[in-house]
Design a protein. Structure first.
Lengths: 250, 267
């Protein structure tokens, strides 16, 4: 079953009467199968974050067709879509708003009316999957950047979402936390869509990559093939990933 | 520590206090909210000259401070800015009400002075009761209790978001002032010419972050209803807590305890 199906997606911020007519996404086409791990790469302003936000219904008013888990992304389906698709914000501080890690991770299951026993089971499982069981009683503002990122991912996993949408997950992480996040993500089951311009991170976590440039899908294929194509990357405001540059040098 | 930093720290401190595992924190939030509302209503209902009657109402915050293991000095320090405003509230009364009520050592005490003291005292007690509620109950649980009392969803969400928004705004204010002071190291404060620009920047940035927080909540199924941990524990104790305090406070309101004690001691 296809988790994501996008056809002819065009989106612009603002309204025509205010003169903001340049679309952020232009006739984009994308499909993601169940269990796939797909990276969305592109320079700043390529439309990566916009694409993810459209998928969870945060940006209405697009044209084209967008389906998530077999449902059109329209107001009446948003509740069902959001139960199945978890969105991890670029800025974890915006995502985590409860007092403690446990309370934040338990927020979604409680909102979905689960019993306290089930809430606890799901919360502890999400904390275990992200390796932060030991932080469950820690106050959010006492967490480091890497711990906040893992808590943000756990807060989405506890919903039981089979589709994980992540916006720049490796941003502002030190090498150790970045490596830890890669390990955590590679162990997670389900479908993942990761938007990032950290190409080494994409190489480590995604088997398929989609290159976006000025709102259009330029290339869609195997991660290694796309990330090795220096000419393509440079033409669209990116660079060869560090690991490939190193190998090239050797 | 800067004043903004201190304010952020104070809010986090209150959050941590509310999460403790004390007897008072374990009481059902609905019981605590009902008692607080009842207490505030009774406190403000005292006559403007009934200062001695009002003194009896001090028992509630004093007992709660002890039960909740709350540091009194820290509470007073945290309430300091509000207390200043409270003192300003009744400051005009002595000028309008010059009717002499009694004399103390030959000095006439006017109705204005007594009513000012009563007003300040009432505000002080009401604010302390609210502080005690926040220091022993998390904001989420207070919102859940308000929903149980059928306070409209929109108002409760507003309370929740304002509380979160204060923290976001303070954090943005901290960033803006730090960025300013790093580029204007010789200035002691912020030049008044850039106040408007900085305030506008701060507002826009905190609004963006508040929007992101709201999006994060709605993406995780938030519809304005609060289902939080610990809402069903200690129900029996909580019921007795509410009954006891509602009765005790009603007793303090109708029976002038301090006057009676004074009479018994022959004062």
């Amino acid at each position: 079953m296809r988790k994501i199906e996008i056809n002819g997606l065009t989106f612009r911020y603002g309204s025509r009467d205010r003169g903001q007519t340049e679309p952020v996404l232009k006739d984009a086409v994308l499909s993601v199968e169940d269990g796939e791990s797909v990276g969305i790469i592109g320079a700043n302003g390529a439309g990566k974050s916009t694409l993810l936000k459209i998928l969870v219904g945060l940006l209405p008013g697009y044209s084209g067709t967008v389906q998530v888990c077999g449902m059109d992304v329209v107001t009446q389906n948003l509740s069902s879509i959001r139960r199945k698709a978890g969105y991890v914000f670029q800025d974890s501080d915006s995502q985590l708003f409860m007092n403690t890690v446990y309370e934040d991770v338990a927020f979604a299951p409680r909102n979905y009316g689960m019993s306290e026993a089930e809430v606890e089971e799901r919360t502890l499982e999400a904390l275990r999957q992200t390796g932060i069981e030991g932080l469950k009683d820690r106050h959010i503002y006492r967490l480091s950047g890497g711990q906040k990122k893992l808590a943000a991912i756990a807060s989405v996993l506890s919903m039981g979402a089979g589709l994980l949408l992540m916006d720049e997950p490796s941003a502002a992480l030190d090498p150790g936390n970045r490596r830890n996040l890669i390990h955590v993500l590679n162990r997670l089951p389900g479908t993942r869509l990761t938007a990032s311009h950290d190409l080494d991170f994409i190489y480590d976590t995604c088997e398929r990559t989609v290159l976006l440039s000025e709102g259009a899908v330029i290339r869609d294929g195997k991660t290694e093939e796309i990330l090795r194509d220096e000419e393509l990357l440079v033409a669209h405001g990116l660079e060869l990933p560090l690991s490939f540059r190193f190998m090239k040098g050797v | 520590m800067s004043r903004i930093n201190q304010a952020i720290h104070d809010i986090h401190y209150l959050d941590e206090m509310a999460e403790r595992d004390t007897g008072l924190c374990r009481i059902h939030p609905l019981a605590k909210v009902i008692v607080t509302i009842w207490y505030v209503a009774l406190t403000v209902s005292f006559d403007k000259y009934n200062l001695t009657g009002l003194a009896g109402m001090c028992l509630y915050p004093v007992i709660l401070m002890i039960l909740g293991e709350l540091p009194v000095r820290r509470a007073l320090v945290q309430l300091r800015p509000v207390l200043l405003v409270v003192c300003l509230v009744g400051i005009a009364n002595p000028f309008f009400d010059r009717n002499v009520l009694f004399f103390i050592a030959g000095i006439p005490v006017t109705g204005g002075v007594v009513s000012m003291l009563t007003l300040v005292f009432k505000a002080l007690l009401a604010i302390t009761a609210s502080y005690l509620l926040i220091a022993t109950t998390s904001i989420g649980n207070i919102c859940a209790a308000l929903r149980m009392l059928h306070v409209p969803k929109i108002l409760v969400t507003l309370v929740m978001l304002i509380y979160r928004y204060i923290i976001l705004m303070l954090k943005e204010a901290q960033r803006v002032t730090e960025a300013y002071s790093l580029r204007a190291p010789d200035e002691k404060g912020i030049r008044y010419k850039v106040w408007g620009t900085l305030a506008g920047q701060m507002l826009l940035r905190s609004m963006d972050r508040a929007q992101a927080v709201y999006e994060s909540m709605s993406l995780r199924g938030f519809t304005g209803e609060y289902r939080l941990k610990g809402m069903d524990r200690d129900r029996g104790k909580s019921r007795w807590y509410a009954v006891f305090w509602c009765a005790a406070l009603a007793g303090l309101r109708t029976f002038p305890l301090f006057e009676a004690v004074g009479r018994m001691l022959g004062m």
